[in-house]
Ligand binder design. Sequence first.
Ligand code: SF4
Length: 202
Amino acid sequence: MSVPGRRPRPSTDPAGPLDERLVDALGRLARAERAHARRMANGLGLSVLQTHVLEELADGPVPVGRLAAVLGVRQPTVSDAVEALVRKGLVERRAGTDGRSRLVALRPSGRRLVPTLGAVAAARRRAVRGCEPRVQAGALEVVLRSIAELWRAGAIGIARTCVTCRHFEAGPGRGRPRCALLGEALPPARWRLDCPDHEAAA
Ligand code: SF4
């Protein structure tokens, strides 16, 4: 698909430059997933953010602050979404094991929605598992570098990935990345999406 304002670059491949096709494909995927998420949320009488909250709770209770970090929105915004879900009987608030932290957990009616909400993730999982590990590592590098660019541009909040971490060293010619904290080589196949040792790069 041609993008307005962008001059096509010459390519020996009749399909067009590989990098441009990849950028276009990622954009098309994001638009398709956004449209699907809106349709599904409307059909369930929920907001898109509320459906994301339900998906994040599928593996167990999560503190509100953690939900905000994972979903890339401010804590008051997530709290409003959680309150709406509590009123709809889909989630409940619970005390954490330390008695102080507050967790959000699915109620049975919320859990029944999880398979419907997870249809896109299941399709993504099938596609990824159909690719060889070296292809998966290349795709992971593209996606994490894209997340890092959005983070640097201030378009998203916390991103606890290797590429945004001050311990990440790209290596000579960006060819041999390593983690200075762990003292280990860090090829893209090992890049973390949510590392507990992450410290944001300056
Ligand atoms: S501390 Fe974690 S996020 Fe940072 S470079 Fe090392 S492994 Fe990656």
